[in-house]
Ligand binder design. Structure first.
Ligand SMILES: [Zn+2]
Length: 407
């Protein structure tokens, strides 16, 4: 199928915006991006599907580098559910995510390695869902963050090394390490650390040796320090990040994935247990300050919502994170770049996705309006989703036929 998009605003994922522009999709790839005047003559090609984007914005499919979809959205009583039921809930959450315009996700810790199997089922064509970068269960210390939810416990350099290798053997694309307690870890001092520097170094060595990025849950400064010193790829959350570590992150190209979603959910929606809410209230101002400082220093930023974690922020509401990134100091364009080009870089997928460029996969989102004027349209006005050149959502029938959720 060849699709010709014309007359829209194009945001290409690199920070560039082109008015009265469009793109050409041939089979699974983008073959042209540019002004309507340049692309218009192709309208005459036989069999081409013309999509008029007047009043709308075309951009790369969004990439969320930090979600939890295994078992669906978090509910306390669901932890012990049978794996089969958890798998079906996972599929439903993945569908919601794709329909929200997120064509690529990294799953950051999953019961039963469900994300790996989800990825394989999607890649085999058995299911429709986003491109999945899978982390398997994730690795924590004995009694550490998420030990009672999804992560495998490992202590000591050899045990950590073995767990990283076991994750890779099972099919993990990325390694998730819990470097500090969480807002959701009952009883633990949130500003303390889990793994030792030597343990983190062993994990990073094993992961990088086979080209896998290392993602970290790191809230406390001790955990952040160990991650940064060991050369992990991203510090996720980063509430207690200080200037010294932010400067090293910038120098080493280590990403900050702030994940504002959970704290927003705890503090504003208050659907979780009261002790979790109290802890979130305690770290919220620190988080805001740390992020502002990281922006001023120029630490690379990638988007991750932490949907599906204990805050009750549901999968499919990923784009709320963009609004929060803007609220805490980013421009709307910078937030969009963090969810496209930068997220692709962090996940080592830049050759395939993240920007609108000829040769890249045709993963596209169309929204009514312009997110640079109001970032909230990313939550409320997604009208079309294309994945690898296949129409997944078309609310307005722009490509000649509406498809429903899950199509
Ligand atoms: Zn998380």
């Amino acid at each position: 199928m060849t699709m010709l998009f014309l007359n829209g605003t194009v945001i290409d994922g690199s920070g560039r915006l082109i008015e009265r522009a469009g793109a050409v999709v041939e089979d699974s790839r983008l073959t042209a991006v540019g002004p309507t005047a340049q692309l218009e003559p192709r309208r005459r090609e036989p069999g081409i599907t013309v999509v008029d984007l007047r009043g709308m914005t075309l951009m790369p499919g969004l990439i969320d580098t930090h979600v939890h979809i295994a078992g669906g959205d978090f509910e306390p009583h669901r932890e012990g559910e049978p794996a089969g039921l958890a798998a079906f809930r996972t599929v439903e959450a993945a569908t919601r995510t794709l329909m929200a315009g997120f064509t690529t996700i990294r799953v950051s810790g999953s019961r039963d390695h469900l994300d790996i199997d989800l990825r394989d089922a999607i890649n085999a064509g058995a299911l429709v869902g986003p491109r999945v970068v899978a982390s398997g269960r994730g690795i924590t210390t004995t009694g550490g963050h998420y030990h009672n939810w999804c992560a495998v416990e490992a202590d000591g350099v050899d045990a950590v090394r073995r767990e990283v290798r076991a994750h890779i053997k099972r099919g993990a694309d990325s390694i998730k390490l819990m470097l500090s307690p969480g807002v959701a870890t009952k009883g633990a001092n949130v500003n303390s650390e889990h793994f030792s520097l030597e343990e983190v170094q062993a994990a990073v060595y094993e992961a990088h040796k086979v080209g896998r990025p290392v993602q970290t849950h790191a809230i406390g400064i001790g955990g952040i320090r160990n991650g940064v010193a060991a050369g992990v790829d991203s510090i996720d959350h980063g509430h207690y990040l200080d200037e010294e570590q932010a400067l090293i992150m910038k120098a080493k190209g280590i990403y900050l994935v702030p994940t504002f979603g959970p704290v927003y959910y705890y503090v504003s929606k208050r659907e979780a247990e009261s002790w979790r809410i109290a802890r979130a209230e305690q770290v919220e101002p620190l988080h805001a300050k740390a992020f502002r400082m990281a922006l001023d220093i120029g630490v690379p930023i990638a988007m991750g919502c932490d949907c599906g974690a204990q805050s009750r922020m549901p999968n499919g509401s990923n784009a709320l994170e963009l609004e929060l990134m803007v609220k805490y100091g980013m421009t709307p364009m910078a937030a969009l770049v963090a969810a496209t080009r930068e997220a692709a870089r962090l996940l080592r997928l830049s050759d395939t996705v993240g920007t609108l460029e000829p040769g890249k996969a045709a993963d596209l989102v169309v929204v009514a309006g312009n997110p640079v004027d109001d970032i909230r349209v990313m939550q409320t006005a997604v009208k079309m989703v294309v994945q690898g050149g296949v129409l997944r959502r078309d609310d307005l029938g722009l490509a000649g036929g509406a498809t429903g959720a899950g199509a």
